[in-house]
Write a protein that binds this ligand. Structure first.
Ligand SMILES: [Zn+2]
Length: 252
């Protein structure tokens, strides 16, 4: 992408509608790039252009002029909106997993349905993991037969049976019913987040590498990654695999 391009270099009118012409040096391929592209298309969905010269414009206010007071009130409003979100940062799991869960709660991961809503041609919009139902956040993580298999085993392991989750926010609240203090809740919350991430990773492995997703492999990844992160990123450096794999709260 060039730094000194004008809006008209990148936004063109085709058949009366606007089209984004990115002109990348290489095509987009990673999940992050697809997500960012999705965000750009989302932001441009209601854009219109004229034949005027490009100018800077502060879009949050009618006059188009920027002020610090306006920015402050915008941040305050944003905080109000954010209160509706259940996602809380979990310190013992890596940033990439936290960010993934945060994006998922906002419905900002490139599921087939999300891509097709952004008018990207995805062909088949059915779930990559089970083939039944449309591939969207709610289905992938709570309604999917494959994910149900994963949650059943993870739930049994964590002694939370049954896992009652009808949408993604329910998953982010599972830890609230866990007894045993702050760390019991933190460990379970982290394991739920790692499970969501592992389900998505397995979905991506099928899409991008053609592998066959297996419930047992997703569960194995949840256990091994959680163990590694818990051992290396918390005070529980002495946890032992053979005990932990039987009960993830054994050390409390
Ligand atoms: Zn499914």
């Amino acid at each position: 992408m060039y730094n000194l391009c004008s809006v008209s270099d990148r936004l063109r009118i085709f058949n009366g509608g606007l089209r984004f012409v990115p002109d990348w040096k290489k095509g987009i391929s990673t999940v992050e790039e697809i997500s960012e592209m999705q965000d750009v298309l989302f932001l441009l969905r209601d854009a219109s252009i004229s034949d005027c010269k490009d100018t800077w414009f502060w879009g949050e206010e009618a006059k188009g002029t920027y002020s610090v007071a306006l920015m402050k009130s915008m941040i305050r409003e944003e905080e109000e909106v954010r209160r509706d979100f259940c996602m809380r940062w979990e310190s013992w799991i890596p940033i990439k997993v936290n960010i993934f869960v945060w994006r998922t709660e906002m419905d900002r991961i490139p599921t087939r349905m999300a891509l097709s809503r952004r008018r990207l041609n995805v062909g088949d919009s059915s779930c990559t993991l089970c083939g039944i139902g449309d591939e969207e956040v709610m289905h992938l993580f709570t309604g999917c037969v494959f994910s149900f298999g994963v949650w059943s085993i993870v739930g049994q392991w964590c002694n939370i049976i049954p896992i009652m989750a009808f949408d993604f926010k329910d998953l982010l609240r599972i830890h609230e019913s866990v007894t045993g203090g702050k760390w019991a809740k933190k460990v379970i919350r982290g394991i739920v987040m790692v499970t969501c991430w592992a389900i998505w990773k397995s979905r991506n492995d099928k899409v991008f590498r053609g592998t066959t997703p297996k419930v047992a492999e997703v569960v194995a990844m949840v256990k091994s990654c959680s163990f590694l992160w818990l051992k290396n990123r918390t005070k529980f450096a002495n946890i032992v695999w053979k005990d932990w794999v039987k009960n993830p709260l054994y050390m409390l």
